[in-house]
Design a protein around this ligand. Structure first.
Ligand SMILES: *Cc1c(COP(=O)(O)O)cnc(C)c1O
Length: 424
């Protein structure tokens, strides 16, 4: 039985917007800590543990801890034509919407959507090279963010790794030697984009064109999901910071049989993984029993579909990530000045900053931006707002970077700043 005091204390907290069991949990935690007076503080802290929208003022466009690409998260409570054919009234196919559009925009024969990039690589390897060998350059046995390690993913998929070349140099002949070696039964060649680091100096790698000509399927794990190097969805030419980033469309055109990439990196959509390329190989992946365990839900497919429709209309401004990444730098300065004035902060606190793409993409590349420079102690005050404003702390300063803030949130940011005291 519940001690009556816990119940009473929890009832006294009903002004905190939480279901009763969570209030009870908070009271218990305070009692356990020997300080029942802190129950309210615990309950408020519990509300902060719920998944909620935040304002990203870090200047990191794909902030891994803030869900990478910004997407709408509203639950609309509607049914969807997920697997229902509206023309015939018969059972439909969940590959005709988002997946079909992704194929169209990248000029792939077909595409298949799974839960994330890691799942896309895993499913591809499991389908094409289970109990077989996969040839990978030693320079591409990489680790990407939260525990995605190429050798481990291969092992889990039941494929055997054959390493070729060296850390800095791998030639096509290295792959050819492995293919000719009769100890190996090679199911595929895997080329992995070194997403989050850069090798400089005495380096060499085999091109997609060369590897695509080999007699086994070439799978390229691109990771970031830049759909087209020409960026036709942007008004001007492709930005300089994209110059080294391989794109899906061009990689397929160069001879990759399949490419894999994430939905929530440079694609700017929800968390998802995409396998695109040769129709027969894509269909084989889709038929693999593991595919069922890796499939995303309708909400994800709906978000992905609206993202890709914007690409097909060449309307980058409809994709929040590209709207932010492509915003004119002077407009960021103007917004910074307006927010400073509205918040009664000296305008000399507004100065240039350096934003980055983040999310394990575009290492070493920076994107010019403008931000408000505040004392470092302000980061906690900003974080404690609802919605929380997550700023960047750099060299004893809290920087509120406007490149990653939705302009619709400027008024809120200004209001919060107006309530804070200097010293400036
Ligand atoms: C990011 C990345 C992955 C993992 O994708 P997730 O969507 O994070 O699972 C795999 N390979 C490469 C090259 C990547 O950049």
């Amino acid at each position: 039985m519940k001690p009556p005091s816990v119940d009473r204390l929890a009832r006294s907290l009903e002004h905190v917007d939480l279901p009763f069991p969570l209030l009870v949990e908070s009271v218990r935690e305070a009692v356990r800590a020997g300080d029942p007076d802190r129950a309210e503080e615990m309950a408020i802290r519990r509300t902060r543990q719920l998944l909620q929208p935040v304002i990203n003022a870090t200047g990191v466009l794909l902030h891994t801890n803030l869900g990478r690409a910004p997407v709408d998260s509203e639950l609309r409570g509607a049914y969807q034509s997920l697997e229902y054919d509206l023309s015939t009234g018969a059972r439909g196919d969940r590959s005709v919407h988002a997946a079909a559009l992704l194929a169209l925009v990248t000029n792939a024969e077909a595409a298949f959507v799974v839960n994330n990039g890691a799942a896309a690589v895993m499913l591809t390897m499991r389908t094409l090279a289970h109990n077989q060998d996969v040839v990978v350059s030693r320079g591409e046995l990489v680790e990407i963010g939260g525990s995605f390690r190429v050798p481990d993913v291969l092992t889990e998929s039941g494929a055997r790794l054959v390493e070729v070349g060296t850390t800095n140099r791998t030639r096509c002949a290295d792959y050819e030697r492995a293919l000719a070696d009769e100890r190996f039964d090679v199911g595929a060649v895997l080329k992995v984009h070194q997403s989050n680091f850069r090798l400089e100096g005495f380096v060499e790698e085999a091109s997609v064109q060369q590897l695509g000509a080999l007699p086994v399927p070439l799978i390229v794990d691109l990771g970031s999901g830049l759909l087209d190097a020409r960026c036709p969805w942007l008004e001007g030419p492709p930005p300089a910071w994209l110059a080294r980033e391989p794109a899906v469309k061009q990689t397929l055109a160069s001879g990759a049989d399949l490419v894999t990439f994430s939905g929530d990196k440079l694609l700017g959509g929800p968390q998802a993984g995409i396998i695109a390329g040769n129709a027969e190989l894509v269909a084989k992946c889709a038929r693999q029993p593991l595919a069922r365990a890796l499939r995303p839900g309708g909400q994800v497919l709906a978000l992905l579909q609206s993202t890709v429709l914007a690409y097909l209309r060449n309307e980058g401004d409809r994709i929040p990530l590209w709207r932010m990444a492509g915003a004119d730098n002077d407009s960021l300065r103007q917004r910074g000045l307006a927010v400073a004035r509205a918040g009664s902060i000296p305008t000399d606190r507004v100065s240039p900053t350096t934003a980055v793409m983040g999310g394990g993409t575009l290492p070493g590349e920076s994107i010019p931006s403008w931000g408000l420079h505040l004392p470092s102690s302000f980061s906690e005050l900003l974080r404690n707002q609802t919605p929380a404003i997550i700023a960047r702390v750099h060299r004893d300063q809290t920087i509120v970077d406007f490149r990653t803030i939705d302009p619709a949130d400027d008024t809120f940011v200004a209001k919060v700043l107006a309530g804070l005291d200097g010293p400036w």
